[in-house]
Design a protein around this ligand. Structure first.
Ligand code: 1ZZ
Length: 548
């Protein structure tokens, strides 16, 4: 079977002046890159990287910040047969130590020979390997060399997985798996029509959702993409919606927290200036999907013509390249009220009238040619509605973490199954994700997913959205529930009572300690997910500074 890799697709762009990408510049203007220009810049970067002494198979770390210089450098590395290793940019302010630790992990695990970054980041970074600015790569002359012949087995790039709890690990993304996933997203997940659709993204390109979702997947069919730097969204979440309206975007994706944030910032005047009537897919994945956040988002933007059916939950992970399931496009959300007590016992049953219930959202079905099962601790397959660990298998699945045989053996089975470490259940083929195996709270023999506690707490006045971690501390014969909450200093004194009351009332659980901390105190992964186990460790070691 012929294998058409991305460098083959780019090679066809020689005489093609259709727009490939648009990039938002700091002054608010958009720069268009045609397909021909994208090919030229890719070749230029490939020649510069080869000129720097790198050879096929060598790894090159690429700091992702502004997409404009990153994208041609990344494609240029693929062209030259190198193995790019995208990494998160250093933070603009503070937390430099955490970034130095990340760089250390990347250098140890991936052994890159060169680090490329934006000239503006140079002073911020001290690296134990040679460093080049993207701007210097752009000065090279394309050398006309053809890319290596495509090979589905070749490791195309390394994807550091944000793995909610552990140190990041480098998933080896093989060309065949990347192409399989990108193709499934475009054809099965979204039924993209490149003539009518336009994608738009602010997602970081060091993360699988940005990289596979908005670089590889669109390239498979020539879907034009508009890129905003992630920082533009972070500074002003409204910039996402404004750009969608301005660039007539039809497809965009984001994690749950972005929906909540955008809804908070939407005022009737701001929304009145938007036209979102062309948007047909606003995907939500990458973290637990919260019905309330989606509802607030769609309600706030309905006056701009956003259709609620455009919201499309999905589930995936870097260990299966990116996406595993997609909610059927253009259909209303699947929302189930299940008994909280039954869920905690490990089954999803409808809640009896008046009994405490938990709302769960369907994330759709697994892609064709892929398999998704729910298993118990011994790896035995469980029936529909039983909660267990999600295992996936298929052409998108990776096979190893680079340089970590132990983690590889735990996660990747020789028969192709990938243990996700996530918990959930299937109902007639539809996936409902309920939490993460490692984060499960076990209090007095009662199992609960931490996000249920966290979502209740983050809605309290003064608490920071996405800034709550529920974990446990050891106590005599059992574990006790602890809630760490980032909050405004003025709210810190009131919060503990509020937290105890709401968790007690809604989940019938006693909270033993509430720890108000300053915003930014909860450790996060490079894609912004709270690291629960690390938060717990810091709590137990007394490293968290309470506000009061
Ligand atoms: P990562 C055109 N998780 O986050 C664009 N989904 O990978 C297409 N938890 O390895 C874009 N509910 O960093 C398609 N629904 O983390 C996007 O994240 C499809 O714990 C979504 O193990 C892909 C997300 C990829 C991603 C993976 C971990 C998972 C899980 C959590 C992801 C979730 C979810 C609950 C969901």
């Amino acid at each position: 079977m012929s294998f058409l890799w991305f460098t083959d697709i780019l090679q066809k762009y020689e005489e093609d002046d259709a727009p490939a990408h648009e990039y938002l510049a700091p002054d608010g203007s958009w720069t268009t890159l045609t397909r021909r220009q994208l090919l030229t810049e890719t070749r230029t970067a490939a020649a510069a990287l080869t000129g720097a002494g790198l050879r096929p198979g060598d790894r090159v770390a690429l700091v992702a910040g502004d997409p404009r210089p990153f994208v041609p450098a990344f494609l240029g590395a693929l062209w030259a047969g190198l193995v790019p290793v995208p990494i998160a940019p250093p933070p603009l302010l503070g937390r430099g130590d955490a970034w130095a630790e990340l760089l250390d992990t990347v250098v140890t695990a991936a052994e890159p020979r060169l680090l490329c970054l934006d000239a503006a980041q140079r002073d911020q970074v001290r690296a134990p390997i040679p460093v080049t600015a993207y701007q210097e790569l752009a000065d090279a002359l394309p050398d006309g060399r053809d890319p290596l012949p495509a090979d589905p087995e070749r490791i195309a790039y390394l994807q550091f997985s944000s793995g909610s709890t552990a140190r990041p690990r480098a998933v080896a993304a093989r060309a065949g798996a990347v192409l399989a996933n990108a193709t499934a997203i475009v054809h099965q997940g979204l039924a993209v029509d490149p003539a009518a659709d336009r994608a738009l993204s602010w997602l970081p390109l060091h993360h699988d959702m940005g990289l596979v979702g908005f670089l590889f997947a669109p390239l498979t069919v020539g879907l034009p993409v508009s890129y905003l730097p992630t920082n533009a969204f972070v500074r002003d979440p409204g910039s996402w919606l404004r750009a969608m309206s301005e660039r007539s975007a039809t497809i965009t994706f984001a994690p749950n927290f972005a929906f909540a944030l955008a809804a908070r910032r939407a005022t009737p005047e701001r929304v009145a200036a938007l036209d979102l009537s062309r948007v047909r897919a606003v995907g939500c994945g990458g973290e637990p999907v919260n019905r309330e956040a989606l509802r607030r988002f769609t309600e706030a933007h309905a006056p701009a013509g956003l259709r609620p059916e455009a919201v499309l939950p999905c589930y995936g992970l870097a260990e299966s390249t990116l996406a595993v399931t997609f909610h059927p496009r253009g259909t209303p959300l699947t929302v189930r009220q299940v008994s909280t007590a039954a869920l905690d016992r490990g089954t999803a049953e409808p809640a009896a009238d008046g009994a405490p219930s938990t709302e769960v959202i369907g994330c759709g079905r697994v892609f064709r040619d892929h398999e998704l099962t729910v298993r118990d601790e011994d790896g035995r397959e469980l029936p529909d509605h039983a909660v267990g660990e999600l295992w996936v298998r298929g052409p998108s699945a990776a096979r190893e973490y680079v340089g970590d045989p132990e983690a590889t053996a735990r996660t990747f089975r020789p028969d192709g199954w990938v243990r996700t470490g996530d918990r959930g259940y299937l109902s007639g083929g539809e996936l409902f994700v309920t939490g993460r195996q490692k984060d499960l709270l076990i209090v007095r023999g009662h199992n609960t997913d931490p996000q249920r506690v966290e979502w209740l707490v983050e809605a309290l006045p003064g608490a920071r959205l996405g800034g709550v971690v529920a974990c446990t501390r050891p106590a005599e014969e059992t574990e006790e529930l602890v809630v760490v909450v980032e909050c405004r200093t003025s709210a810190a004194a009131e919060l503990p009572d509020l937290v105890r009351a709401v968790v007690g009332e809604r989940l019938a659980m006693a909270v033993h300690d509430v720890v108000p901390v300053r915003p930014g105190s909860i450790p996060r992964t490079t894609s912004g997910k709270p690291r629960r186990q690390e938060t717990r460790r810091r709590y137990l070691e007394g490293e968290l500074a309470r506000v009061c």
